[in-house]
Design a protein around this ligand. Structure first.
Ligand SMILES: [Zn+2]
Length: 308
């Protein structure tokens, strides 16, 4: 019985704490099949589902997963991984702490040797989980790179069965705890939510994100990433350097427009911007609009449209 009716709850009043706990943990049993696997390069895959794009790296004896979307679909994610490899998942890397990237941690932590993320991801998850009942807590990163000073650059190189995997934090961007994951031998980079393609980028201003930091990081990666590299964005299709250069130019255009019109508010900036020149980035009234993007560029608001 997955769904307890109101009547069911009243009949089970004495057992309510147990029932609530059971209902919470029962959800993953459904294992909804929403995931699609795309091969990005030799031994590197992108798994699409609901939420942020997942990366999968297969080494000689292990697998490494990058992000895990939501708890309720984590069993389906594991099936998708098993369709590619039966090697054990050694590490789970979180590109940042948003729920559509770390929601599956509570399921995956039982499978992996360690969850790795930036120090601020762990810090924010601890704060968020303190609000939850104990049974719903878990999945915290055990290995944290960087410090709580988001400006401090950090890197961690994993050497797994001869495969190098580079984790890079270059400062505040989408949040204050972003990590990009590079696999040099495969020429692949997972940029997490530092890269949105298909919809306007979200800068989590209240989560320590910075539009200028985002633009600077994208410009930095674009300056050194090799021509043939393949890039997994946090949201959108797998792409290459051409799309990254366009994204760099897009962010620069937004930044330049905001700085060229001091004193104008986000709505006025949005109204005066040549949105048609950037069809790859579409506004979403329920998420990031042109106005909320310019608000983020001014360092104000939440970076996303107000929830209805
Ligand atoms: Zn995010």
């Amino acid at each position: 019985m997955r769904v307890l009716t109101t009547a069911g709850f009243s009949l089970l009043a004495g057992a309510l704490p147990f029932a609530a706990h059971a209902a919470h943990r029962a959800a993953p049993v459904e294992a909804p099949k929403v995931h699609k696997v795309e091969k990005v390069a030799e031994n590197v895959y992108c798994i699409f589902g609901q939420g942020g794009n997942i990366g999968l790296i297969v080494t000689a004896k292990h697998a490494v997963l990058i992000d895990d979307q939501f708890e309720r679909i984590a069993p389906g994610l594991l099936e998708a991984v098993r369709s590619v490899t039966d090697k054990p998942i050694k590490y789970l890397v979180n590109t940042h702490g948003h729920p559509d990237h770390v929601g599956g941690n509570v399921v995956l932590e039982k499978q992996v040797s360690a969850i790795i993320a930036h120090a601020n991801v762990r810090k924010r998850m601890v704060t968020e989980q303190a609000k939850l009942e104990p049974a719903k807590r878990g999945g915290l990163p055990e290995l944290a790179l960087g410090s709580e000073d988001a400006q401090e650059r950090a890197r961690l190189n994993l050497h797994l069965d001869g495969t190098e995997i580079h984790l890079l934090h270059l400062g505040p961007g989408h949040t204050d705890g972003d990590v990009m994951v590079g696999v040099p031998a495969a020429l692949v980079m997972h940029m997490g939510d530092l890269f949105f393609l298909g919809m306007l980028p979200y800068v989590d201003v209240q989560g320590g994100g910075s539009f200028d930091g985002l633009a600077a990081q994208v410009a930095a990666v674009a300056s050194w990433i090799p021509d043939g590299a393949r890039i997994i964005p946090g949201h959108g299709p797998v792409c290459g350097k051409k799309e990254l250069l366009r994204y760099r130019d897009f962010l620069l255009a937004v930044q330049t427009h905001a700085k060229a019109n001091p004193g104008k508010d986000a709505a006025a900036l949005a109204a005066g911007f040549d949105t048609a020149a950037w069809p790859e980035w579409k506004p979403r009234p329920d998420f990031v609009t042109w106005e909320s993007l310019f608000s983020a560029a001014l360092g104000k608001g939440t970076g996303r449209a107000a929830r209805p």
